[in-house]
Design a protein around this ligand. Sequence first.
Ligand code: ADP
Length: 825
Amino acid sequence: MFQKTYKADSIEEIPGIAAEIHDMSVYRSASCKVLLAWAQLWEEESFLAFRQEISDRFSDFTVIGSNSHSRDDILKNIMDGSGDEMGCLLTFLFFENSSVSLYGIKTGYREEDREGRELKDLILNTKDPKGVFLVPPDYVSSMEDVLAELKDVKDIPVFGIKTSLHQGYKCFGYEPGKEVIEGRLLAMIFHGESLEIRARYNLGWTPVGKIMTVTKEENPFFVDEIDGKEASFVYNRYLGLRNDQIVPQNLSEFPLIIERDGIRVSRIGITGPKEGQLIFGAPVYLNDRIRLSYGNPDDLFMEVTEDTNDIAAFEAQAGFLIVCVNRVMLLKEREYEEIELYRKKLKEVAAVYGFGELFYHNGKGGELNSALVSVSMKETGIAAHAGETEETEQAGQTEDTALSDTVLVPFHDRLSRMFKEMSGDLIMAVKEAEEANRAKSVFYSAVSHEIRTPLNSILGMNEMILKECGDENILKYSGNIKSAGKLLLQLINDILDTGKIEAGKMEIVPVEYNAKDMMDELAEMISYSAKEKGLEFVYAVNGELPAVLYGDEKRIRQCILNLLSNAVKYTPSGKVIFAVNASVTDKDHARLKIRVSDSGIGIKPEDIEKLSNPFERVDNSKNYKVEGTGLGLNIVNRLLALMDSKLEIRSVYGQGSQFSFEIGQEIPQDTEADGRAGNSQSSAGNEWGDLKAETASILVVDDTDMNLQLVRILLKDSRIDIDTALNGPAALELAAKKKYDIIFLDLRMPGMNGIEVFQKLKEDHDGININTPVVLLTANEGEDVRQKYIEEGFTDYMSKPFTPVMLENMIRKHLPEGKTSGSGL
Ligand code: ADP
């Protein structure tokens, strides 16, 4: 293929250009002839004359034209404001056996999806499409939604330009012998088997400083808030600009950059009609993560140099550049150098300047700003037109760099270099800290999980010693193992909770529960430890407490228990008060006020705010003897925040403390007499072991032998017939031969997991265990995941590690009537 580019100062020069073109041999031999005709800054009347002249002289070309900034002379115009640099740029492309098709897609307000679908159909219905050039009819149409429809179009670059902001701006196009299209989205599809098109998006600006989030907007062009503050604060604070100073000239070095799918798109916002609002020329979406950036000519050139070297290696035969006016504002006279870099590789390359660049390839890209999109083409197997390329350097011959080699480096370059390096250091430091923190959380939670399983076995077996042993001394040791073990288990659970909260995985799971029972149980539990320490314990429930509430019973219980245990722990003498005040706010809602006060050691005012930090224990001189981790209050604070509540702390050092919170709960309507949720896994006391079911038989499947042994030990007195299996195949073999009353199935097992075993079991429709209840044993799954298992057909689930009480209750719940005896807990 062959390219020829002309610049003209007036319409009068066009006939001469036409004569020259018509004289060329390639004019006669070409399979397809294309003209890109850009007029610069012409008023409407002269633009129409230009259009007429083009269609008169080049009626056998496929043409796209518009009124835009098309000449490098624009620089002068922009820099000295003279505004009289008018002219035009004509780029002729001659294909030897490829072709183009031109379409005009009708545009309309909020019809971008339909426009995109039409464009997609046009591309897919074209044989061998290789690239698409888009010119929207006006500056305001949002092209991102149009482009988004092309996300499944593979390997076909789409590039385009939004041109002038000037009144009277028009774009037009036509195919040889056909009507002129105007006022539509022009789409020129390049196609042909031997055609190759390469398009690349260059930016060169580097993001600096912290990432901010778009938090409120009127629509994607009018942004109200960034990081919860008036949007204009980004320029007020970081560039020191007043709202009336937020104009493009002050922002060109510092566009905002949004990272989308690994592509950086740049945006410049100017002051909007509402106070603090910013208006953008291309979409900025809610939750977009945005950063200020800075531009340094050397960095821009570095990126572009890489591009030009690639173009040379590609052996391009023709090309054009779609360049943002903002680059001119930043680079000023050096903009010539940028275009020269391309000319050195591709002599006839044409640069056209716009106010928005389009680039979309394999689902990535969008409307850009501050960018330079380069498009280069070649027809393979066909030599470039002889005699026209000798001035062009050979492919990949030199590695150009446009870095200026003068000794004095401009102040601006030095300043931005300093910014870049300094913020690079900070970003690296933050990244390292974040990674270390993440690694720490992952490590804690992995280790805690590993410890929890054997620890539970230890506690379970110790429970047997306490139950069966008659030796006083051994019972004492065993009692110590129990209390130390419980503390360790608490610590591990706290670490797991903290990890979950930090990873944003802590879920609030509301269930129906009996609030009075819950408070009574907590009071009873704590009254023992208070009594052991010789403290007076006062418990009072006042107001109107509905029988059944709907909320996260487990987490509320956890918060109150923590406060109560602390009160007992940090009170050497005197009393602990647990007061609940309830009120019904309307027929569906109640409010609980929980207050825990003590006459203990108290907390210094300066220490109170430290208490929400994890692992923070204050006043170590006084409480060094008290066992604790410093995690409890941190978890309480974060759990309460998840439930829209907040811990209030009042304390007088040396005299006592009061911890309180208020929490809203729903009142469920039409609740049954016992509103307790089926799966409530509370364990009030530790008594267990009165389950008797000698005719029952269960199968327990778990890959950890110790867990199987534990179940056997815990259920020893129940006389239940227990079979165990260490893996799925062994379990299925047992289940094929013997009818069980319940099957307990571990979820995570190597080889065949619990779900697969369950499915196999249910596949055998005539199997003797087809109707047997199957209880899934899960580790740390979230509530939604567990619910999914129930939907899949599991009868129930039970969290590991389970307590003896949980196990007994689960068996009671699912054993057929008549097979059990014992009170139940
Ligand atoms: P832990 O009790 O495991 O150390 P917490 O997070 O529950 O951790 O409490 C953090 C710190 O707050 C405690 O170490 C203690 O210094 C202080 N604290 C908590 N509750 C009380 C209280 N009722 N009276 C005095 N100090 C308390």
